[in-house]
Design a protein around this ligand. Structure first.
Ligand SMILES: CC(C)(COP(=O)(O)OP(=O)(O)OC[C@H]1O[C@@H](n2cnc3c(N)ncnc32)[C@H](O)[C@@H]1OP(=O)(O)O)[C@@H](O)C(=O)NCCC(=O)NCCS
Length: 122
């Protein structure tokens, strides 16, 4: 069964930034406790606003995929509240492809949010 993995920035390859504010990435079972989903993980990532566009997300994902290379994980999925060009670009860069959009999937601050889902077979 997949465990939860948390990675936090700073990691080495943040393209020369000396800023120490944070960022993090979480990988966890898509449905904890279910054997059917034991090889399925769901990702979430967030970088402090002052550090975006510096390669931190890329460093975290590289470290994550290196660290799970030998794990029995078959598929990784991510749901991205739209619009979010940066997140779509980051996930495409790591081989994720679009599956589809859940329209008006959630409500935040009185606004419906649609969520694009992406997947990567590992
Ligand atoms: C999405 C997020 C994690 C990206 O992390 P990041 O550290 O800024 O990303 P990177 O600097 O590593 O860039 C990754 C790729 O996305 C591209 N990118 C970055 N910002 C972009 C933007 N605003 N528009 C389009 N592409 C963008 C970069 O060019 C890079 O691609 P390249 O290396 O081919 O040039 C970050 O913006 C964030 O935390 N946003 C708020 C929270 C969020 O939306 N989380 C995702 C929920 S799933």
């Amino acid at each position: 069964m997949v465990r939860t993995v948390l990675l936090r920035w700073p990691l080495p390859a943040a393209r020369g930034s000396t800023r120490r504010s944070g960022g993090g990435l979480c990988l966890q079972s898509a449905l904890p406790g279910s054997r059917a989903f034991r090889e399925t993980v769901e990702l979430s990532v967030a970088i402090d606003a002052s550090c975006r566009g510096l390669g931190v997300g890329t460093s975290l994902y590289r470290a994550l995929f290196d660290s799970i290379a030998d794990e029995p994980i078959h598929v990784a999925v991510v749901g991205i509240a739209m619009p979010n060009d940066a997140s779509v670009a980051l996930h495409r860069k790591f081989g994720f492809t679009e599956v589809g959009t859940f329209h008006e999937y959630a409500v935040k601050d009185g606004q419906y949010l649609s969520s694009l889902w992406m997947e990567r077979l590992l």
